[in-house]
Design a protein around this ligand. Structure first.
Ligand SMILES: [Zn+2]
Ligand SMILES: [Zn+2]
Length: 262
């Protein structure tokens, strides 16, 4: 079993309707990907995403507002309400992205703080997007007592100190197809050091297709390639990595474990 811990199934151009989505999920299954977490980025898009995924029992959901979508707004009461949906296993993705959008820093921080509070209140882990904001991300997680619920730094591209600081707060580190890119040597060094019980893998599809699919739209099936690559980099067997990352997924997303009776 393998799990895509972070994807945006509702944004795939290759799956604009129900039938094509059935095909994408079947292709994932064919490659050993039994479960996936479909991550929300716009609060206004949550209901449509939830309804589209309703018939797929192996797709879990999150609810939240992405740091690059904060201008569309966060409404805390509504988010708390979505968070009670039984398929919602996490809050996010939230966090800080000063790299792409330094001008919205203040709104990003406000939305991040509020989503940490919601996560702690409902007792669900956080899915964190962080880019160019190492110190502030860790400081805000500490300040909001995010260690009470834990979470994951998704699509990790930062340095070892950041990984270590997050793991000290009980967070997991999720690796995407970026690890397969030629210029990702520093990331591969970090990947070798992450303890087995803190590692997750993801596609972040439709974005960031791993080698050898560059230029194609990314899809959950390709997490297999990410996992095989990560296993090789770490000197582990694919089967072993698939097993411990799946165990980590269910250890972090406890509501997902409950849904599938683990
Ligand atoms: Zn992200
Ligand atoms: Zn994402």
């Amino acid at each position: 079993m393998l799990i895509d811990s972070h994807c945006h199934l509702d944004r795939l151009k290759i799956a604009p309707d129900h039938d094509s989505l059935v095909d994408v999920i079947a292709e994932a299954k064919r490659r050993g990907v039994d479960y996936m977490l479909c991550v929300n980025v716009r609060q206004q898009g949550f209901e449509a995403m939830r309804d589209r995924m309703a018939s797929f029992e192996n797709v879990f959901l999150s609810a939240g507002v992405h740091p690059l979508d904060v201008k569309e707004g966060l409404e805390v009461a509504g988010l708390s309400q979505y968070a009670t949906d039984k398929r919602v296993v996490a809050i996010g993705e939230t966090g800080l992205d000063y790299f792409y959008s330094p001008e919205t820093k203040a709104i990003q921080q406000d939305c991040f703080e509020k989503q940490i509070d919601v996560a702690v209140e409902v007792g669900k882990p956080l899915i964190i997007h962080t880019r160019g904001a190492r110190e502030d991300t860790i400081a805000m997680l500490k300040q909001g007592h995010a260690d009470k619920v834990g979470g994951v730094l998704h699509c990790f591209t930062e340095d070892w100190d950041m990984a270590k600081a997050a793991m000290d707060l009980g967070f997991y580190i999720s690796i995407s197809g970026i690890v397969t890119f030629k210029n990702a040597g520093e990331l591969r060094t970090v990947v070798r050091k992450i303890p087995k019980d803190r590692l997750l893998v993801e596609t972040d599809s439709p974005y960031l297709a791993p080698i050898p699919y560059r230029g194609k739209e990314n899809q959950p099936a390709f997490v297999r390639d990410v996992a095989e690559f990560v296993a090789e980099v770490r000197g582990e067997k694919y089967e072993e990595l698939a097993e411990f990352t799946s165990n980590n997924f269910f250890a972090l997303f406890k509501d997902a474990a409950k849904l599938v009776g683990r």
